[in-house]
Design a protein around this ligand. Structure first.
Ligand SMILES: Nc1ncnc2c1ncn2[C@@H]1O[C@H](COP(=O)(O)OP(=O)(O)OP(=O)(O)O)[C@@H](O)[C@H]1O
Ligand SMILES: [Mg+2]
Length: 278
């Protein structure tokens, strides 16, 4: 008898209330490209989880499959126990997303973008308005609330995207390179806010970033993905220990197949710059 090896849904710990994001043997193929080649992750409620990897490693594709945007080729996903393909509304209620690519409506004002998002999430008007005002203040967009987004600078748009992702107080927040294009002050402010959300509201955070020292500072756990496969999954300290390195960035370079080299060498500094740029 041929025994077909399906991913074992019953064994998925999505039934374990402590686990909020679960992927088992997740695969996404685009014709002959294996963007995600069978990854498994299990993220506990309240955890800050960072998925790091070089350009094209499969980070955005993974997030898209976890957040209802993309149908997996195979594998199992559960978000708070719900299947993003079969129960997308249940999943969308629970998640917030800051996308890698801009998705604001540039023909609307900052306020209108946030208000529309709040309405889509069925937030009552009073709650919505108070939350929008607070986030516009936090991300220093209050004075520009009635400006059309097509008049915004890149950093202002990014701040608005982040405010939108936080608006409905999601239980799980997916951040795909959220600090891309932000100045250092705003980066710090952003990570402070994310830390507060995590600590005070218990929000689970799933992030990707190419700024590896940010991940090292904020993440409880780091998984490194390379060519669609997870090559390491541990705490930043354990990854440093395992690779015998003194920084997560160096551990990352080793685990993604590049030996740590003399950064004054053109070949190496080029690689390090690419890894850091995103
Ligand atoms: N819609 C698509 N059609 C075909 N190939 C795709 C599609 N989306 C992604 N890919 C391919 O899948 C692979 C993984 O892409 P993905 O965007 O997930 O990488 P990433 O890790 O997010 O990279 P980056 O750090 O550059 O954002 C790449 O080879 C990419 O070209
Ligand atoms: Mg990406």
């Amino acid at each position: 008898m041929v025994v077909k090896t399906e991913p074992n849904v019953a064994a998925c710990s999505s039934r374990d209330q402590a686990v909020t994001v679960e992927a088992r043997d997740l695969v996404k193929r685009f014709n002959d490209i294996s963007a995600v080649a069978g990854i498994s992750v299990s993220i506990r409620r309240g955890e800050i989880f960072a998925l790091l990897g070089p350009n094209g490693a499969g980070k955005t594709t993974t997030i898209q499959m976890l957040t209802t945007q993309l149908k997996p080729t195979s594998g199992v996903v559960r978000i708070d126990g719900f299947d993003p393909q079969r129960q997308p509304d249940e999943v969308r209620k629970r998640i917030g997303i800051v996308f890698q690519e801009p998705t604001l409506d540039t023909e609307l004002t900052a306020y209108e973008n946030l208000d529309l998002h709040g309405q889509l999430h069925c937030m009552a008007r009073r709650v919505r308005t108070a939350r929008i005002f607070a986030l516009l203040e936090v991300f220093e967009l209050w004075d520009r609330r009635d400006t059309l987004v097509n008049r915004f600078s890149g950093g202002m748009k990014r701040r608005l995207e982040i405010a939108r992702g936080l608006l409905h107080r999601p239980r799980i927040l997916f951040l795909d390179e959220p600090t891309l294009g932000l100045d250092p002050q705003t980066r710090n402010l952003f990570w402070t806010k994310v830390g507060e959300l995590n600590r005070l509201d218990g929000t689970t955070i799933f992030l990707t970033t190419h700024v590896i020292d940010e991940a090292e500072r904020v993440a409880d756990r780091v998984a490194i993905i390379d060519h669609g496969r997870i090559v390491a999954d541990d705490t930043p300290q354990a990854l440093r220990r395992r690779t015998g390195t003194d920084s997560l960035e160096r551990a990352f370079l080793m685990l993604t197949g590049t030996t740590v080299c003399d950064e004054t060498e053109p070949q190496c500094s080029d690689y390090v710059a690419r890894a850091g740029r995103g």
